[in-house]
Design a binder for this molecule. Sequence first.
Ligand code: HEM
Ligand code: MG
Length: 329
Amino acid sequence: HPVPPPGPLAYGGTKLINDARHPFRAPGRNDIRGPCPALNALASHGYINHNGIVRPSEIVAAVMEGFNMENSVAVFTTYAAFLVDGNLITDKISIGQSTPRTGPRPPRPATAGGFNTHNTFEGDTSMTRLDAHLGDNHNFNEKLFQGFIEYSKKYGGGKYNLTVASEYRFKRFQDSIATNSEFSIVAPRFYTAYADAVLPVNLWVDGRQDDGQLDLEVARIFFEDGRFPHDFHRAARPTGTDNEIVLFEDHPIEPGRNVKGVNTYKPDYSTPQKLDDKCLQYTYHVNHTVPSLYPNPKGPLLESLKINMGYLFSAIKNTGCEEIFPYGK
Ligand code: HEM
Ligand code: MG
C-alpha cells in the first residue's frame, strides 16, 4: 500500500540544513540524479535515499525539512508528478532516468519513467537544462546558466530575484519558440515553468538572509552541483510558489506549441490557461493528464491510482474545490 504523505512540520522556522548529519556525498555510478536541482541536493545530502529512488511521501517530508516548502505545495507537486512518472504499484519513483529498480513497467502508454521523462511533468524552457528535442533535458548546461547570470546582472544588479525571474522565464519561452521545432508548453509544464522560476527566490535564499536576493554562487551550487551551500539555513517560514503570478502578469503567455517547425507557435485553448487556479490544475490532471496514461487500469493499479489521486486532492481540499473520481470511488 502507498505510504500517505506527512502533514506540516512541527517546527516551521529556519535551521541549519547542511549539518554534520547530512554531509554531501557525491553521487556514484549507480546513483540517479535528474532535472530537479533541489531533489538532487536532498539525495546527495541523505535527506532522501542517496540512490535517487524514493517514495513520494519521502519527497514530501524532505522538501519540507530541507527547504521549508509549505506542506500543501509539497503534497500537490509531489503527487501531480508521482501520478505520471512514478510506479504506482511499488510506491517508488526515480528522481531522474527510467530504471527497473522502481519496479515492473505498467501497461502502455504509461511508463513510470521517472522525472527525466519528457512532457509528462518535465518539459521545455527550463532555466538550466536543454529542451529535450535540443539535447539533454536533465543535466546542468553551462551555456544556459551563462544566460541566467547575464540576466541576473542586467535586471537584478548581480542577484537572481523576482524581476530577473520574470525576464529570464520569458526569454526562455522566446528561445524555445525560435529554436525548438518540437516546442510545447501546456499543462502541467505550463504551471511548473513559472513555479520553478520563483523557487530559487523563495527557497534557496538563506533563511537568515530572507531578502529574496539569490547570490549567483549559491545559485550555481544548487543548479550545477546539486548540493547545499556551506552553512545553508532553510527558509524562515513554510513557503511555496509565492509570486509566480507576478511573473505571469509581467509577460503573459498562452499555453501552446510550435505546430510546424520553429516560429510557428500556436496557443492551445483546450488546456488550462489560468495559473492561479489550483482547482482547475487538479481537475485537468485527474480528468485528462493521468487518464491519458492510464486509460484502463485494473486491480492494484486501479486502487493505487484512486489512493494517490486522493492524496493529490488532499492538498487543495480546503479551497472549496470539488473532488473528482474519474476511476470511480
Ligand atoms: C525543476 C520536480 C521540489 C526547485 C524540477 C523538475 C522536476 C521537479 C520534474 C524539472 C522540470 C523542468 O525543468 O523541465 C520536483 C518535485 C518536487 C520539487 C516533484 C516536490 C515537491 C522542488 C523544490 C525546489 C525545486 C523544493 C526548491 C527548493 C526546482 C527548480 C527547477 C526544478 C529551480 C528548475 C530547474 C531548471 O529550470 O533548470 N523539479 N521538484 N523543486 N525544481 Fe523541483
Ligand atoms: Mg525541462
